[in-house]
Design a protein around this ligand. Structure first.
Ligand SMILES: [Fe+2]
Length: 297
C-alpha cells in the first residue's frame, strides 16, 4: 500500500500520492497529526462520546445501533463534531490536509459532513460493504472523506476496502453488497495508527466485520466536495455552499490562534469565481443540518 510520512512532506501530497488516490480510491498518510493536537482531539472526543453514552439512546446527533452481543443500543456515530468542539474546528483548518484536498478536487473545495465513527470495546458492530454516496452526486472531481484516526486500527478493528472499486460499475458493486455475511475476499485491510489519516473516495467499497475486541476505534470523518459539483448535482441547496465556506474560513482563522499548533503555513482559501469569498463573517453556529438543505427535486 502506498503511504506517505508527512513529517518529511509538510506542504501537501505529491504527484505519486495524487495518482495513487485516483487509481485506488484511497490513500494512507502517516503521522499527520502532531502529538499535542492528537491528544487534544482524543480528550475532546472522549468527552463527546461519554455524553453520548450517558444519554443513550437519545444523545443529540448521536446514532445508535443494536449491539451484536448485548442487543442494547450501542453508540456508533456522532454528527457535527466541528460545531461541538473547538478542537474539531481547529482540525478543519489543517493546512497539509486542505492543500492536499485542493490538489485532488480544486480550489473551490467545501467541507460537507463531519462526524465521529466509533467502534466501542466489545461492541464492534459489522459495517456491511457499502459506498458512502452514489454516483449521482459525483461530477468531474471526486468526493472523498478525510478520516483522522484517533486510535489505532489493527486486524481486529480496521476498515477493509476493495482497491479501485470506486471505478466499478454499479452492477458489480451491487453483486458484492448483496452477498450475505462479510467476506473479505479480494479486499485489503487498512491498518492505521493514531494520528494517521486515510483519504477515501465515497465510491470506494468499504466496510468492516463485527468483532468482540476489547479495543476502541474512533475516527473523525471530514468529507469534502467541489463547490461547482455541489452546485450542479447537489444534494444540498446552493446556499449551503456559502455557509460551509464560512465555516471553513472561520476554522482556518481559529487554527492560526490555536496555542497547540506550531510551525505551519496556514492554508489560503482562494476559491475561483463564482465561489470567491473575501473575509470570514461572524457565525452563530457551525452546525448546518443536512436535512434542512436538501433539494426537493
Ligand atoms: Fe463508510
Amino acid at each position: 500500500m502506498h503511504q506517505q510520512d508527512t513529517r518529511f512532506h509538510p506542504t501537501s501530497i505529491g504527484e505519486e500520492e495524487f495518482l495513487f488516490f485516483h487509481e485506488k480510491g484511497f490513500l494512507v498518510l502517516k503521522n499527520v497529526l502532531q502529538e499535542e493536537e492528537l491528544q487534544r482531539l482524543q480528550q475532546a472526543m472522549t468527552h463527546l462520546m461519554e455524553e453520548g453514552l450517558a444519554r443513550s439512546p437519545k444523545g443529540e446527533d448521536c446514532v445508535y445501533g443494536r449491539g451484536h452481543k448485548s442487543g442494547r443500543p450501542v453508540l456508533h456515530r456522532i454528527e457535527y463534531v466541528i460545531d461541538k468542539t473547538e478542537e474539531g474546528k481547529v482540525l478543519l483548518g489543517h493546512p497539509f490536509i486542505l492543500r492536499s484536498v485542493e490538489k485532488l478536487i480544486g480550489r473551490d473545495l467545501i467541507p460537507t459532513w463531519d462526524s465521529m465513527v466509533l467502534k466501542l470495546p466489545g461492541e464492534g458492530m459489522i459495517v456491511p460493504w457499502h459506498r458512502d454516496d452514489g454516483t449521482e452526486h459525483v461530477g468531474d472531481s471526486p468526493i472523498f472523506n478525510v478520516d483522522f484516526y484517533l486510535d489505532p486500527a489493527d486486524l481486529d478493528t480496521c476498515l477493509w476496502a476493495h482497491p479501485g472499486s470506486h471505478l466499478w460499475p454499479d452492477e458489480k458493486v451491487a453483486e458484492l453488497v448483496e452477498r450475505p455475511g462479510f467476506s473479505n475476499e479480494g479486499a485489503i485491510p487498512i491498518l492505521m495508527e493514531a494520528g494517521d489519516v486515510l483519504f477515501h473516495n465515497v465510491l470506494l467499497l468499504h466496510g468492516s466485520p463485527s468483532n468482540v475486541s476489547t479495543k476502541m476505534r474512533r475516527v473523525l470523518y471530514y468529507e469534502f466536495r467541489s463547490a461547482n459539483v455541489e452546485m450542479e448535482l447537489g444534494p444540498h441547496l446552493p446556499e449551503y455552499i456559502q455557509l460551509k465556506q464560512q465555516v471553513l474560513l472561520d476554522c482556518i482563522e481559529r487554527r492560526k490562534k490555536a496555542d497547540y499548533v506550531s510551525g505551519e503555513t496556514p492554508y489560503a482559501y482562494k476559491p475561483p469565481e463564482p465561489f470567491a469569498v473575501e473575509q470570514p463573517s461572524p457565525l452563530n453556529t457551525h452546525r448546518f443540518p443536512h436535512e434542512e438543505f436538501w433539494r426537493s427535486d
